[in-house]
Write a protein that binds this ligand. Structure first.
Ligand SMILES: NC(=O)c1ccc[n+]([C@@H]2O[C@H](COP(=O)([O-])OP(=O)(O)OC[C@H]3O[C@@H](n4cnc5c(N)ncnc54)[C@H](O)[C@@H]3O)[C@@H](O)[C@H]2O)c1
Length: 284
C-alpha cells in the first residue's frame, strides 16, 4: 500500500503571528506555549512583565494594561512592526475582582470587572482588526458563568455574558472583511497559577462545578482550552465563525444527575409502573 503524500498538517499555525493578552501566567501562558510549540510567533501582552516567558518561547513581550487604549494600540502595532503582520488575537486577560450578594454590590469591583473583561476585549478588537488581513481570527475567552450565572459573582457573570454578545457583534461586523471571531466559555480550570494561588479558596465552587460536569468529575485544565484555541487559530477552522463554544464537559447543557442527587440528598429512581406522563393506548 502506498503512503499518502502531501497531507496538510492538521491545525497548522506555523508562522502565524499571535497576540495573547493576560499571558504572564494561567490560561494565557498555556495558550501561548501551545501556539509557540506549534510554530507560531508570539507577542505576549500583560500588565506584568512577560519577558521571561517570551524569551523561552522565542517571542516578544509588551507591557500592556488592556483597559488603556493607547497601550492596546501599541501592543497590536508592535506585533506588526516586529513580524510584519497580525494573524491571531487571543483576548484572554480577565479578572474576577469582586464577589458577594448583588444587594451589597461594590462599585469599584464592578467597574474593574467590566473594564478589564469587557472594555479590554473591545479595545483588543478595535486595534487588532484594522491590522489584520482576510483569514485572520480573534478568539475571546469568556466563561461558563457568562452562559450560566452563579450566585455571588454578578459582575463577573455579567461581564462574561457581555463578552459573548460582543463576540457575536464583532463577528457580524468583521465577517465581511474575512476576520473570524469566536469565544470560549470554560468551566473552572486548573493551571500553574491557580494551583497554589486560589486552590482551596474556592472549594465550594470547585465542588459544585465537579458535580455540574456530565462526565469528568474534576475541574478542567487550561490545556483543554488551549487545544481549542489552537484549532480556532488554524485555517482548519476557516468556516467556524461567531460561535460561543463551551469547554465545560456539558455543564451548560443542564443539571447533571450527580448534581440532582446531591441537591435532593437521595438517589434518583425510576419505575415503569408509574409513568410521569402516561401515553394513551394506541387504539384509543
Ligand atoms: N481559571 C478559570 O477557572 C477560568 C474559568 C473560565 C474562564 N476563565 C477566564 O480565562 C481567562 C484567564 O484566566 P486565568 O485563570 O488564567 O487567570 P489568571 O489570574 O491566572 O491570569 C490572568 C492574567 O491576566 C493578567 N491581567 C490582569 N489584568 C490585566 C490587565 N488589566 N491588562 C492585561 N493583563 C491583565 C494577569 O497579570 C494574568 O497574567 C480570564 O478571562 C478568565 O475570566 C478562567
Amino acid at each position: 500500500m502506498s503512503e499518502p503524500t502531501n497531507l496538510p498538517t492538521p491545525f497548522d499555525v506555523r508562522d502565524k503571528v499571535c497576540v495573547v493578552t493576560g499571558s504572564f501566567h494561567g490560561l494565557g501562558s498555556v495558550i501561548a506555549r501551545r501556539l509557540a510549540t506549534n510554530g507560531a510567533h508570539l507577542v505576549l501582552g500583560d500588565v506584568r512583565d512577560c519577558t521571561e516567558l517570551a524569551t523561552e518561547l522565542g517571542g516578544i513581550a509588551v507591557r500592556c494594561d488592556v483597559t488603556e487604549a493607547d497601550q492596546v494600540e501599541t501592543l497590536m502595532q508592535t506585533a506588526v512592526d516586529h513580524y510584519g503582520r497580525l494573524d491571531v488575537l487571543v483576548n484572554n486577560a480577565g479578572v474576577e475582582s469582586w464577589e458577594g450578594p448583588i444587594t451589597e454590590l461594590d462599585v469599584d469591583g464592578w467597574r474593574r470587572d467590566m473594564d478589564i473583561n469587557v472594555l479590554g476585549v473591545a479595545l483588543g478588537i478595535k486595534y487588532a482588526a484594522p491590522r489584520m488581513a482576510p483569514g485572520s481570527t480573534i478568539i475571546n475567552i469568556a466563561s461558563l458563568f457568562g452562559l450560566l450565572p452563579i450566585p455571588t459573582l454578578s459582575s463577573y457573570n455579567a461581564s462574561k455574558a457581555a463578552v459573548i454578545h460582543l463576540t457575536k457583534t464583532a463577528a457580524v461586523e468583521l465577517g465581511p472583511v474575512g476576520i473570524r471571531v469566536n469565544a470560549l466559555c470554560p468551566t473552572g480550570l486548573t493551571h500553574d497559577s491557580y494551583l497554589g494561588r486560589v486552590e482551596g479558596v474556592y472549594d465550594w465552587l470547585d465542588d459544585w462545578l465537579k458535580l455540574a460536569h456530565q462526565h469528568v468529575s474534576e475541574l478542567g485544565h487550561a490545556d483543554d482550552c488551549a487545544a481549542l484555541v489552537h484549532y480556532l487559530a488554524s485555517d482548519d477552522a476557516r468556516f467556524i465563525n461567531a460561535q460561543i463554544i463551551a469547554v465545560d464537559d456539558g455543564a451548560s447543557a443542564g443539571t447533571s444527575l450527580a448534581a440532582m442527587e446531591a441537591a435532593i440528598g437521595q438517589k434518583a429512581e425510576w419505575t415503569d409502573d408509574d409513568p410521569f406522563l402516561e401515553a394513551p393506548p394506541v387504539d384509543s
